[in-house]
Design a protein around this ligand. Structure first.
Ligand code: HEM
Length: 114
């Protein structure tokens, strides 16, 4: 928890009973029963960099431009389909040409270009 707080800031890390109450499933058939799944903490990173730092926990940088394992295909896939909390993009929001250029740019650090 201390590590999460260091990365995203203590103000974005929630562990009090009052905070965690907001994350309980109000409609769960298990509510109030011993089997009910309860969150131990809620983390609210306020930027993509912070979200990715939490997700990859030091294994990879939170800054996508610093990654060296991206291919253009993977970037295009994530942009068109979304990933986790990132929304997918429509062709009216980013054209095929724009996305190709962006995907090649982000995959620059990767040796096997396609
Ligand atoms: C076309 C533009 C974009 C591209 C190419 C792109 C690409 C990516 C990639 C490659 C990842 C890493 C996926 C992973 O390893 O999990 C990512 C994650 C993420 N992106 Fe984007 N992104 C774009 C736009 C945006 C925008 C506009 C937002 C915010 C409004 C956003 C928010 C996020 C967040 C929050 C994550 C972390 C998701 C997680 O928690 O797993 N992205 N994006």
């Amino acid at each position: 928890m201390a590590e999460f707080e260091r990365v995203i800031g203590a103000e974005w890390s929630f562990t009090s009973d009052a905070d965690l109450e907001l994350h309980r499933d109000a409609y769960s058939p298990l509510r109030g029963k011993p089997e009910e799944l309860l969150a131990a903490a809620a983390l609210a990173p306020d930027s993509t960099e912070n979200a990715l730092s939490v997700k990859y926990q030091g294994v990879k940088s939170g800054v996508i431009r610093e990654w060296n394992d991206l291919t253009p295909e993977l970037v295009r896939f994530w942009a068109c389909n979304g990933v986790s909390v990132m929304a997918p993009f429509r062709k009216t929001e980013i054209s095929d040409t724009e996305l190709s250029v962006l995907a090649r740019y982000l995959a620059q650090g990767t040796s096997s270009h396609r």
